[in-house]
Design a protein around this ligand. Sequence first.
Ligand code: C2E
Ligand code: MG
Ligand code: MG
Length: 726
Amino acid sequence: MAHPTPPPGNGHPAQLLTLATLAGGKKNIPSPGAFTPETGWLQGALESLERQTRMGSFLWHIPTNMVDLTPQSLRLFGLPPQYRQVPFSQYLSQVYLPDQARVLDTIHQVIASKVPLKLVHRIVMPGGAIKTILLRGEVALDHQGKTLGLSGIIQDAEEWLRTEGKLKLWEKAFQSCKEGILVTDARSIILDVNTAFLWITGYTREEALGKNPSFMKSGLHDKDFYRRMWQSIQTHDGWSGEIWDRKKNGEVFPKWINIQAIRDITGEVSNYIAVFSDLSKAREAEKQLMFLSQFDQLTKLPNRALFMERLRDAIRRVGDSQKMAAVLAVDLDDFKEVTEVMGHDTGDAVLMEAAKRVQAVVGDKGLVSRPGGDEFLVLLEDGVTVDSATGLAQKVIGELSRPVFLGGRDIQMGASAGIGMFPFDGEDESSLLSHADAALAQAKREGGGVFRLYAPELMNRVTQRKEQVALLRRALANQEFELHYQPKLDLKSKGITGMEVLVRWNNPEFGLIGPDQFIPLAEETGLIMPLGEWILSTACAQVESWRQGGMGSLRVAVNMSSRQFETLDPTDIVRRVLRETALPPEALELELTESVVMSNAKRNVATMNGFRRMGIHLSMDDFGTGYSSLSYLKKFPLNSLKIDKSFVTDIDSNPDDLAIAETIIAIGHTLNLKVVAEGVEKQEQLELLESKGCDSVQGYLVSHPLPPERFETWMADMNGKGWRVK
Ligand code: C2E
Ligand code: MG
Ligand code: MG
């Protein structure tokens, strides 16, 4: 039979051709898949099977050294049907030369030790192309157990490698995936888990396989949660979300999980695959990052970024509700010297202590932040008023002025503050903050230890004069004014002898506004007349009711402005009020400023004498700031002098102020007047004044001005402090 194909192999065509012809040329090979009675039905079925599985068979018969190849094997080798039986050498000659030695080696080994054959090698196709094939097989034995040869199957290795390789790749991906993976069957029974699953959950493979994934349930989700999850898997073939599960060690942890339903060709769910990542580390890192980006490392207080965010929120909230917010910028005085002299560690310790103190003062009334350096920021909202903001600033400064005991010694600190009020001092967070900083700078310029408002003339900034007057009128009609009472402490008897009444304007829009901001306008417009009368009668009625209620024989001091004093006969009004309220005249004191009295000294002396005749006490307020001369002072029928608080503030540090206070006390006593010091905030100030013979003190040290109800409770608490109502 002629050979239609060119000779295959590695360059021995002549030999091959002859051998092949000898071997395979004799028989008539049926065409593939032919089911004929001659070949037998089984033969046909086997050939069909080979074609479908693309696997051919071989048998190498050692005694004859011939290799039988089936039609599928021949197709793989690219040989025509007549090569179905070839000598082994023919086979070998088609093996790609570089693989030959290895092929022989492997075959020898298989025969010698009877291990299964698995061999991948390349062959040269008749056209010269190279193909890789896979042989699998075993040693064939005769009935006596003697080695007959080798038999097995041949297939295209590339195809095999493709599927095998893919599987290996998937296996590798499955195992090396950082996410935990679990595969279940359609009934949710776990079939396989990967290594990450084991790391994350702490379970072993054996513990997980065969179980329902619900064995890891944390109990944190209700039935409804799982019902919704399954509903989504059923309708969308998938679900992803956060689930809290339990690890083997009991720890409950959040994981992000993606569950997919896998359907087979019939459309039925065959498997579920769940891929999840442990969120706890990410959460931890997120928290850490959040902390680092929002908090100061030293004091653990919010940093500038977080403060600004909160301030922005507060402005939005407060803006909507037409209320106020305040920003306090606080700065330690002379902190640089502390670090320069005592080092950074001491500096840090001082800052931590300062942070603690500011935090303690502010409490839950606001947010304290440390933007850096020796600065602190405080945000106040929730009904803050100018008054409460300044009160708090004062307290913060007071706390920061107490020495810090460190390393066996006291470190004297001090602080200044600037206040910016929303909406007056800025409509957005950055302008508000920069104005609070500007106010702080002003406080520092004034020597530190004090607070400053950015815009003390709040009213002037808000509205035009015409509107201000209208506002004030409405305030009077709407009874928006309220009175606060500040006690006076007698230093000899350590008893409360009376109180000063101080007016506030509780404006629904701006909050509590201090008298400095509306009394001048009220005076200019004449509104002080009705306002002053309301103050006088309200205070007199209040104090009379306290006296009747057993609070003691207290004297109430009412401030009188020049306009009130200069009306035709101010004594008339006072007399009427006293009659109406039943307060005895000796329980009333009128505070007049130097400028009031001096403006028309002659006439005013007459008016004052009228008051004195009625039994009313008179005192000179803010003494030392005006221009009273001793000769005039002698003519005024006064009962007492009030040392202005500007001399009291620095009395313990400024010798000039101490000298002035001492002189005022001496003058007062020479003229037989009682001397009262106002603005006393510290114990040291009180002690100095006491040692100089001052009669009474008034100031934050004893008490802030208090609304009536709080004044009552304060008075009731007095005895515990060693002060009592006289
Ligand atoms: P004043 O009569 O000298 O009142 C004392 C001021 O010092 C008050 O301010 C009081 O709150 C404040 N003060 C009290 N203790 C301390 C302290 O320890 N430290 C500091 N830094 N300040 C302290 P306020 O209430 O803002 O009043 C300011 C001024 O407005 C008063 O000065 C008075 O001249 C005037 N005023 C207040 N109420 C009335 C009023 O009813 N009628 C009139 N005509 N004027 C009033
Ligand atoms: Mg006064
Ligand atoms: Mg005063």
